[in-house]
Every structure is written in structure tokens, then in C-alpha cells.
Write a protein that binds this ligand. Structure first.
Ligand code: FCB
Length: 472
């Protein structure tokens, strides 16, 4: 199969074994709190991550997002880096705490930053992809009840409307939320993410209110007449039973319910899965769901975005080995197992087949419109060698294998339209601080110097060729 994507006319291409479809979006992703810094600039208000990071013991090394990669002041140079890489799309998030004025209303100076960023991207020939909520809830709204309170969803709708009116003529793809699973279950369930609450009940209520926020967000984007596609980014995964036994299959069903179907079903079928409601009945009676909510949540989308890192391997936990710290409500009797084989610096297993299977499962079970992989990538302890190079062969291999798995999914029928590496830059990796580096571009946090890693050069070549060769 030595052909290239038909629409690629660039003189620089070399024929590849695995060409991607014409118009495929080749991107990289970031999130506001992880890269921007400038937490006090232009009227930005504190978010739950500012508060959480300032709380001793929450973040490795006591790191915070106060300076991060200083992208707020360096976005021009960062867009130039993206252009050097040949990215055709860039996924960033808009910070709600920049756009919301203290006490409510809109802060035009905060919104203006994203206006400049979007114009700079377009001038560089890069399509802007915006996420409205990548975990940085304004602290004021958490103080009023946060995501376990219904009103927060309506506030999100107002914020989404303001951003849609300002950027709606230029953003090509919108994500209302990023990974609501993490916001709900890590933020309100185990408390390892901001705001650090530990209540399975609050976590399940947060799930519903996040979905409701998505619904209000979609309505606001449509009402503003945005020209781009409207979507949401889920950390959808592949959940496999350890053994072929009824008990392990039931464990996999339960986790698949709480990871995937609890979001996919309301979004794409207009109802929560009945087995998930039954599994969680001891935690909540789900009276937070009101008439009309599911109609709002299930408003048609133009695409579904998925973030993928690793699959889950689960079994029924033997008696006496229940996990009281699981993020999954009513799942103490499920045990999680490492997938045999290599892991990244996060300890996450490397299994590209999980990406392929997830894309095909969503296609089969939900018949979605277009799909995008809006995050995929790996942390490694990169070293800058004496010649200034970063030889991150493991990251290149990771990306190569996952792109090949994505290609398999396309060949088998998934309507995958784009792929975004997590991340453009090394950045603030939430509870892990700056210790974990995911970037295609290395950041020296003392000097803010950016250096393209070898994986970035590899990715640039793949983009220029419109595809990859089969991994060997
Ligand atoms: C995802 C997050 C992203 C980043 C990667 C490693 O869950 O969306 O911000 O932290 O993990």
C-alpha cells in the first residue's frame, strides 16, 4: 500500500505505508492552567486549582501553576513553534477564571487573550480547537457549591455564550468539557484533584451537573451560531476482564458503566444506563436528574472527542481485598491489575490496541458522527544531552504505535478525523507538578527555553508525509 493521501500536494511528502485521510487534523493539545501562568494578569480570578495547589501536600514538590510555561506572555513564540512543527490544528482551553469577572459577569480583558491567540493561530495557518472547561472552576463557584450544585451548570452556559460570541466565527472545533470523569471522580470522589472533596455522592451529582453544563454549553454555542463543530472530550477507555469468568465480566461491565457509558449514554442516547443507576443506588437516588435535563444533554453533536492513554484490566476483588479508595462509586469489589508489559513514567501501561478497540466500540455501539483523538501521549524522564538534543525514542515509539492503532481503526470503519498529541509543551501535570514531562517540546522551567525533542521532529515528518510507516 505505497500510496499517499490524495489531497496532499506538498512537494515535501515521502510515500508512507499508512496514509491518513485527506483533511485529517494533525494537532497537539494543552490546557490553560497547565501552561499559561500569569495567574493574576488582566483580572483573572482564582480557580479551584490555584487554591488546591496552594494547599500543602496536594501537589508533588509543592508546585503550582503560578508561572507554568508562561504561555500567556509567550503565546506568539509558541504559535511559531506550532508552525515549525507543521501542526494543522491546535487544541487549547479557555480559562473560565479569566473570562468571569469577580462576582459574576464577563471580564473582557481575559477574553481578549483568546481572541489574540485565535487570530495568531489562523495567521499561521493552524485551526483553533477550543475547550471551554479543562478543570479550572472559578473558586467563587466552588464556594457556592461547585459541581455538586445544579446552578453551576447554568453559570457555565452563560460563560459559554460569552466565549461563543467572541470566538464563534473562527474556532473550528469546540469541546464543552474535558474529561468530566476526572472532574467528578478525582475532584469530588477521591480528592486527588481540585477541589479535593471526598464523597462518592458528590461525585455522582457532579457527573450529572457537568453533563447538564455541557447541555447548556451546546445550547449557547448553537444560539451564537458558531461555525465550527460542537463536541465534548471524554476520557473514554477500553475495560477488559482479567479472566473469562462471569465475576470478572461483571467487574468489567461495572467499570465500563462508570467510565464510559455514564457519559456516552446520556450524551448520545438521552438516558443513563439502567445498570449504572442500579449499581449506584446505595450512593444516590439520582433525584438530581430533573425533567428535561436529558433532552438538553442529548442535543445532537457534530463530533465526539476522546482522550486515550491506557486500557483497564479488572477482576472481581477477592474477599478481604476490597479497595476503599477507588474513584468509582460502589466499586469496592473491583480490583484493577497492571497490564503486562512496559509502562510510561506515569506507570501507565502502553497498549495501543486499547485505542483501536475504543474507537471501534464507540463506532459500533453509538454510531457517532466524526471522532477525534484529542489527547494521546506519554511522560518520560527526558534528558537534554550535551549537544542540546532530547532523544526521546520511547515517546516517538509510543506516538508511532498509537497512530498506527488509530489507522487500523479508520481502516475498520471508524470515522476518525484528527489526532492531537498530549502535549505541545512540557507542563504542570496536575497533582504530579512539573516532574512529569509530556511535551513534544521540552521546557527549561528556569529559563522558559523551548527545545524541540526528537519526537517533535518525527511528528513533523509524519505530518508532512500525511501518514506514517508501519511500526517495526
Ligand atoms: C489528561 C488531562 C490532561 C493531561 C493528561 C496527561 O487526563 O486531560 O490535562 O493531564 O491527562
Amino acid at each position: 500500500m505505497r500510496t499517499v493521501a490524495a489531497a496532499r500536494t506538498s512537494a515535501s511528502y515521502t510515500p508512507v505505508e499508512l496514509p491518513f485521510p485527506a483533511g485529517f487534523r494533525w494537532g497537539a493539545a494543552t490546557a490553560a492552567y497547565q501552561i499559561e501562568g500569569a495567574v493574576h494578569a488582566d483580572g483573572r480570578q482564582p480557580s479551584i486549582w490555584d487554591t488546591f495547589a496552594a494547599t500543602p501536600g496536594r501537589i508533588a514538590g509543592g508546585d503550582t501553576g503560578e508561572h507554568a510555561t508562561d504561555h500567556y506572555h509567550r503565546h506568539r513564540a509558541d504559535v511559531a513553534l506550532m508552525a515549525e512543527l507543521g501542526l494543522t490544528a491546535y487544541r487549547f482551553s479557555v480559562a473560565w477564571p479569566r473570562v468571569r469577572a469577580a462576582g459574576g459577569g464577563i471580564n473582557p480583558a481575559g477574553l481578549a487573550f483568546y481572541d489574540r491567540l485565535v487570530d495568531d493561530l489562523l495567521a499561521a495557518g493552524i485551526e483553533p480547537v477550543a475547550t471551554l472547561y479543562h478543570w479550572d472552576l472559578p473558586q467563587e463557584l466552588e464556594d457556592a457549591g461547585g459541581w455538586s450544585r445544579r446552578d453551576t451548570a447554568a453559570h457555565f452556559g452563560e460563560y459559554a455564550a460569552a466565549v461563543a460570541h467572541r470566538l464563534g466565527d473562527r474556532v473550528q472545533l469546540w469541546n464543552t468539557l474535558n474529561e468530566p470523569w476526572c472532574s467528578a471522580f478525582l475532584g469530588y470522589g477521591t480528592g486527588v484533584h481540585a477541589p479535593g472533596r471526598r464523597s462518592h455522592r458528590d461525585a455522582l451529582h457532579a457527573v450529572h451537573h457537568l453533563l447538564l453544563a455541557h447541555g447548556h454549553g451546546v445550547a449557547a454555542l448553537r444560539a451564537a451560531g458558531v461555525t465550527g463543530q460542537v463536541s465534548v472530550a471524554l476520557n473514554a477507555g477500553t475495560v477488559r476482564p482479567l479472566d473469562d469468568t462471569p465475576a470478572d465480566h461483571d467487574a468489567a461491565r461495572r467499570i465500563d458503566g462508570l467510565l464510559n457509558r455514564i457519559f456516552l449514554d446520556p450524551l448520545l442516547r438521552g438516558a443513563y444506563p439502567t445498570d449504572v443507576l442500579a449499581d449506584t443506588a446505595s450512593v444516590t437516588d439520582w433525584s438530581v436528574v430533573q425533567d428535561g435535563d436529558l433532552d438538553l444533554i442529548a442535543a445532537p453533536l457534530d463530533a465526539l472527542c476522546v482522550n486515550y492513554y491506557q486500557p483497564d484490566l479488572v477482576s472481581a476483588a477477592p474477599d478481604g481485598q476490597h479497595d476503599p479508595h477507588t474513584p468509582y462509586p460502589a466499586a469496592e469489589r473491583v480490583a484493577f491489575h497492571p497490564v503486562p508489559g512496559p509502562v510510561t513514567a506515569m506507570g501507565w501501561s502502553i497498549d495501543p490496541s486499547g485505542l483501536r478497540d475504543m474507537l471501534l466500540r464507540i463506532t459500533r455501539d453509538y454510531g457517532t458522527p466524526a471522532l477525534y483523538v484529542t489527547e494521546n501521549g506519554a511522560a518520560y524522564p527526558d534528558e537534554v544531552t550535551a549537544d542540546g538534543r532530547i532523544r526521546d525514542v520511547e515517546r516517538t515509539d509510543y506516538l508511532h504505535r498509537h497512530l498506527a492503532a488509530a489507522h487500523q481503526a479508520i481502516t475498520a470503519g471508524a470515522d476518525l478525523r484528527g489526532y492531537f498529541v498530549w502535549s505541545l509543551l512540557d507542563n504542570f501535570e496536575w497533582a504530579y507538578g512539573y516532574d512529569k514531562r509530556f511535551g513534544l517540546v521540552h521546557v527549561d522551567y528556569r529559563t522558559q527555553r523551548r527545545t524541540l525533542k526528537d519526537s517533535a521532529h518525527w511528528y513533523r515528518a509524519a505530518i508532512a508525509a500525511g501518514g506514517i510507516d508501519q511500526p517495526r
